[in-house]
Design a protein around this ligand. Structure first.
Ligand SMILES: Cc1cc2nc3c(=O)[nH]c(=O)nc-3n(C[C@H](O)[C@H](O)[C@H](O)COP(=O)(O)OP(=O)(O)OC[C@H]3O[C@@H](n4cnc5c(N)ncnc54)[C@H](O)[C@@H]3O)c2cc1C
Length: 281
């Protein structure tokens, strides 16, 4: 229950929104409100509704797609540019994030801010050429990987996420995303996203992210380095994954032990890399 909630603000500018949040320690931004209402923080005294900031648009440009932070997850599924991105991989991730009702309510910004260990969107965006724009109140743009690494710091200073910028895929490159959950439509317990770009028949660029083996989805740089410049096949990928996951502590909760999650990371990582490689060729 939001017992202490006394102030409801609906600012018209980004600067006003950030100033309100930063000047009140018991204030929070309100995207779709799905998380805030479900969590019911009893100390919350002010919410800053973001819906008048004009951040709910999705714009397809020649080289990139710009997605406003208050665009709903369902809008992301329905907009032609995001729907077509990487053969529907983004849509698959958005669908697996929430049920239909919560996708209408939940915003991209709110989802990325509260994303947990196997969050599908975070996992997929980690292997995309993506950037986030935010205000603290100065305007910044950072690679999505930095956003994930420094998310806690951004939360501390109450930075406002304003936009996600997604580069369109270059020719001969592809993405794939594989998951395991209690059912195929359930939220993933473990998920693997891979990006491969092919040049002269070899994997010129490789990116791999795994969700569900750490408190937030992670990239596996060792696997990427081992596979870069190679002809990919099952044996080579298997070997790289063994090396890349060596020493990874893992993560566990009631939905899966560490051992299970690490084994799934091997299986799904292999499937995602092989599919991205085959599609890119
Ligand atoms: C029944 C139920 C089950 C759920 N299960 C899950 C789950 O399994 N995993 C999960 O991750 N979520 C879950 N959620 C939470 C929620 O549905 C999603 O995370 C949702 O997409 C959040 O988006 P929102 O816009 O509604 O966020 P809000 O509730 O509006 O905000 C969430 C947080 O993000 C901050 N925020 C919002 N927008 C911005 C912004 N632009 N910049 C900076 N900060 C911002 C808010 O201040 C708040 O702290 C669940 C919710 C419900 C009701």
């Amino acid at each position: 229950m939001l017992r202490q909630l006394k102030h409801y603000e609906r600012p018209q500018t980004i600067e006003e929104a950030v100033a309100l949040a930063q000047s009140n320690s018991a204030a929070q931004y309100l995207g779709g409100g799905a998380w805030i209402v479900a969590k019911g923080d009893p100390s919350l005294s002010m919410v800053i509704d973001l819906q008048h900031l004009g951040l709910n648009t999705i714009t397809g440009e020649l080289e990139q797609i710009r997605i406003g932070a208050t665009a709903s997850l369902q809008a992301l599924i329905e907009h032609p540019d995001t729907a077509a991105f990487a053969d529907g991989v983004l849509v698959k991730a958005a669908r697996l994030t929430q049920s239909r009702n919560l996708r209408e309510q939940g915003t991209l910004g709110g989802t990325l801010i509260v994303a947990g260990p196997a969050d599908p969107l975070t996992t997929v965006l980690l292997v995309c050429d993506a950037e986030v724009a935010y205000a603290d109140p100065a305007r910044h743009v950072a690679p999505f990987t930095s956003f994930v690494a420094y998310r806690e710091r951004m939360l501390k200073v109450k930075a406002l996420l304003t936009e996600l910028r997604l580069k369109r895929l270059a020719p001969r490159s592809a993405l794939a995303y594989h998951t395991v959950g209690r059912s195929p439509l359930d939220k993933p317990i473990v998920g693997a996203a891979a990006f491969v770009k092919v040049d002269e028949g070899l994997a010129a660029e490789v990116r791999l992210a795994i969700g569900g083996i750490a408190p937030l989805p992670v990239r596996l740089p060792k696997v990427e380095v081992l596979l870069r410049g190679q002809l990919l096949d099952e044996a080579r990928i298997k070997e790289a994954l063994e090396a890349g996951l060596e020493g990874v502590e893992g993560y566990e909760d009631y939905r899966g032990s560490r051992a299970y999650r690490l084994e799934m990371a091997r299986v799904l990582g292999r499937r995602a890399l092989l599919e991205a490689w085959q599609k890119a060729r």
